[in-house]
Design a protein around this ligand. Structure first.
Ligand code: GLU
Length: 312
């Protein structure tokens, strides 16, 4: 199988440095293997993810010196999740034959009630309330509101070795719980869409932030149900500021719109490569010049401090 990586941004804002680090490492990892690289726009929620922001991401990636073999505007609609609903419908139907999917009427407030068991990453373990509804109760509730669709997870532990974080295991019922496949407004959930897309697009490696490590067991389980070969996962450290606080889209001063006014692409790439252990100094460097020295063993597991040059 040809190695194939991808960058899969949700264009709900301008790229910030954390996204840049992710795109850079995903690109380097694929290119260092002589592999293909895809750009998939994860705009499942089109209200939050306008096309202009997706176009800006493409522009920012080109500015950084990163390229891709398929995806984005040049490939038509195929790599925009907002245009792939019929594909997700098809795989949802396949899943319905292989797992137990059930309607869930629980409100957000009910799900996040203080009594609900919280998982280590802040998510709430679903108590299974709607799994036990009788057909009559379901019919009655359907008259009041449209349900989300949840899948029932089996008594199974998913083990995998992350390329950065090492061995990881998750017991589906107690550490994940039954999860949403489709929202009550009909929008397919990230977990379903990302698995279908990575599987169908021939993605062999997924590089993304450590904050998505806990999603991986669910995705591996779905990959197997669909008959796909799960990709190799690399969950990269997050960038944090001096106080150890994770950078986010709210840190407007660190979005590429402003960074492009202050720095050259080589300065941004050089500083991030240094922070990620891939360069001996933060000196400016072209992304392409890092391919030959790319090595996952150099990338640390733990959070990375924002390089000094970015402090205003
Ligand atoms: N679209 C997700 C994000 O921007 C990334 C999903 C993934 O890489 O699996 O956070």
């Amino acid at each position: 199988m040809i190695p194939c990586g991808r960058f899969a941004p949700s264009p709900s804002g301008r790229m910030h440095l954390g996204n840049v680090l992710c795109a850079l490492l995903a690109w380097l990892s694929a290119r260092a293997k002589g592999g293909r690289f895809l750009l998939r726009i994860e705009d499942l929620d089109p209200d939050r993810c306008p096309r202009e922001l997706a176009d800006l991401i493409e522009d920012d990636l080109r500015w950084l010196g990163l390229d891709w073999d398929a995806g984005g505007a040049a490939s038509g609609d195929e790599y925009y999740q907002s245009a792939r609903t019929p594909v997700y419908e098809k795989y949802y139907a396949i899943l319905a034959g292989r797992a137990e999917i059930y309607p869930c009427f629980c409100s957000r407030a009910a799900l996040h009630a203080a009594s609900a068991p919280h998982l280590s990453d802040g998510r709430v373990l679903y108590a299974g309330t709607c799994y036990h509804l009788s057909p009559e109760a379901i019919a009655e509730k359907r008259r009041q509101r449209s349900p989300a669709a949840r899948v029932h997870v089996p008594e199974e532990t998913i083990h995998f070795t992350d390329g950065v974080q090492g061995a990881y295991a998750e017991h589906l019922p107690s550490e994940c719980g039954d999860f949403i496949l489709r929202r009550s407004d009909g929008v397919f959930a990230y977990q379903l869409a990302v698995t279908v897309d990575d599987g169908l697009m021939g993605v062999t490696e997924v590089v993304r932030g450590r904050d998505l490590l806990e999603s991986t067991a669910r995705q591996i389980w779905l990959h197997r149900l669909f008959g796909f070969q799960p990709p190799q996962y690399y969950h990269i450290p997050l960038l944090v500021d001096h106080d150890g606080r994770r950078l986010s889209k709210r840190d407007d001063d660190l979005d590429l719109g402003l960074l492009r006014e202050r720095f050259t692409p080589e300065q941004v790439v050089g500083a991030l490569a240094f922070a990620a252990g891939l360069a001996p100094s933060p000196a400016p460097v072209r992304a392409a010049d890092l391919i030959a020295r790319f090595d996952w063993d150099k990338v640390p597991k733990t959070d990375l401090h924002l390089p000094n040059v970015f402090h205003a």
